[in-house]
Design a protein around this ligand. Structure first.
Ligand SMILES: Cc1ncc(COP(=O)(O)O)c(C=O)c1O
Length: 407
């Protein structure tokens, strides 16, 4: 496993070039084990699905396959990637948003657990075929995420069936002859508070209890989504997954007793928790400008890692091989947007052209959100496993970019 206090990132940067995403396979495995062990201890009927949207490289997916997890997909392509990585349909979950008939046709399969975003999606689905089982993503009316942009439930959220309409949605499916149900929610990403997960589980179980007592069908599974956070700053504590698992399973079990429900399978769809701290972005300083402030321009940009520009996210960074002589510097990319700033007033060793900056915690929602804006193409991805580095996605080239253009 990479120990950032000792590891020399320079040879990798020289070998594969920069900007570069580097992932640590052992760190991903350790993250999987920590959360899997906790849930297996408190609620053995837990099924873990890795949320592919966090990092969709097939070689990363294979680590999850080997660890015995399933996947959670949000598009037909993510289902295809899961199949290529070796996952069976029965291990795949699908949670869409504003599903089109084309999407539904592409993913329709009775082995895949499909969490529909709306009653309208069910109406589209039933025209395509009658599923054996159906589940709806419910907006329980409350949500919380590390930033506003990653809060995915509550009155302002575009996702899911509002809980006041949940009964109507399931009743429509029931009237269409469906008797096997699941229930789903995903209320926000990057939460570090165990009690929050218990609170939303309790809320979802109240909806499940009422709903299924009215219809007489108990949910086969209760899917409480992802959202398990990681610390992005030194003063944040990591999520206590043991307490989280304990509180969630207590909330679930209490409500099963209260509503006389058989214990359902508990499904989880973490993305960030598994991969965020296993990823590093390696970028080189191109030049340092003394303007009204000091700016260090690097060869990565908001096109490489958009989280700082999009959410004001912070990524702790250090300079490979340099520790002393620190000063405040604004680290920015080369994109023609003034929001192309990785960090303002970062306290880093005095930078010079050629220095290698390593940004931490970029394994989730990093490469997957990269673009070729400004004609700055997507970086390469490298995996370190058993001390061996391996290119797992090559750098985008001008030819790749040009291939899509019509004559
Ligand atoms: C439906 C669904 N499941 C799982 C996730 C993964 O969330 P996280 O990476 O916060 O665990 C998301 C993220 O947006 C999501 O929308």
């Amino acid at each position: 496993m990479i120990d950032i206090n000792k590891y020399d990132f320079e040879p990798i940067a020289k070998k594969y070039g920069t900007p570069l995403y580097l992932y640590d396979a052992d760190r991903i495995r350790a993250n999987i084990k920590r959360i899997k062990d906790a849930f297996e201890k408190y609620y053995p009927k837990t099924e873990m699905h890795y949320s592919v949207k966090a990092n969709n490289n097939i070689h990363i997916l294979k680590i999850f396959k080997e660890a015995g997890l399933g996947t959670d997909c949000s598009s037909p392509l993510e289902v295809k990637l899961s199949r290529i990585a070796g996952f069976d349909e029965k291990d795949i979950l699908y949670t869409g948003n504003y599903e089109s008939s084309e999407d539904i046709k592409a993913i329709f399969n009775n082995d895949i657990c499909i969490n529909l975003d709306d009653i309208e999606s069910f109406r589209k689905m039933i025209k395509i075929g009658k599923p054996d089982r159906i589940s709806f993503r419910i907006n329980p009316g409350i949500g919380r995420g590390g930033h506003e942009g990653i809060t995915t439930a509550g009155a302002d959220a575009k996702f899911g069936v509002p809980y006041e309409k949940a009964y109507e949605a399931y009743k429509e499916a029931y009237d269409a002859g469906i008797r096997r149900f699941g229930i789903h929610m995903m209320t926000g990403s990057n939460n570090l508070e165990p009690y929050y997960f218990a609170e939303i589980t309790d809320k979802l179980m109240n909806i499940a209890g009422r709903l299924f007592n009215q219809l007489g069908c108990a949910p086969e599974y209760v899917d409480i989504g992802g959202g398990y956070g990681v610390p992005y700053e030194d003063d944040e504590d990591p999520l206590n997954v043991d307490v989280t698992a304990k509180l969630i399973s207590e909330a679930l079990q209490e409500k099963c007793v209260k509503y006389n429900l058989p214990e359902p399978v508990l499904k989880l769809e973490p993305g960030r928790y598994f991969v965020a701290d296993a990823g590093y972005l390696l970028t080189r300083v191109i030049s340092v400008k003394k303007s009204y402030k000091t700016f260090a321009g690097v060869d990565a940009g908001m096109n490489t890692l958009i989280r700082p520009a999009l959410y004001g996210a912070k990524h702790r960074s250090f300079v490979n091989g340099k520790e002393d002589n620190k000063e405040f510097v604004n680290v920015c990319g080369r994109i023609c947007e003034n929001s192309d700033i990785f960090g303002q007033n970062m306290f880093l060793p005095k930078l010079e052209a050629g220095d290698l900056i390593v940004m931490r915690d970029v394994g989730a929602y990093g490469y997957v959100m990269a673009s070729s804006y400004n004609g700055r193409l997507k970086p390469a991805e490298v995996l370190i496993d058993a001390n061996e580095s391996r290119l797992i996605r090559r750098r985008e080239t001008d030819e790749d970019f040009l291939t899509l253009l019509e004559e």
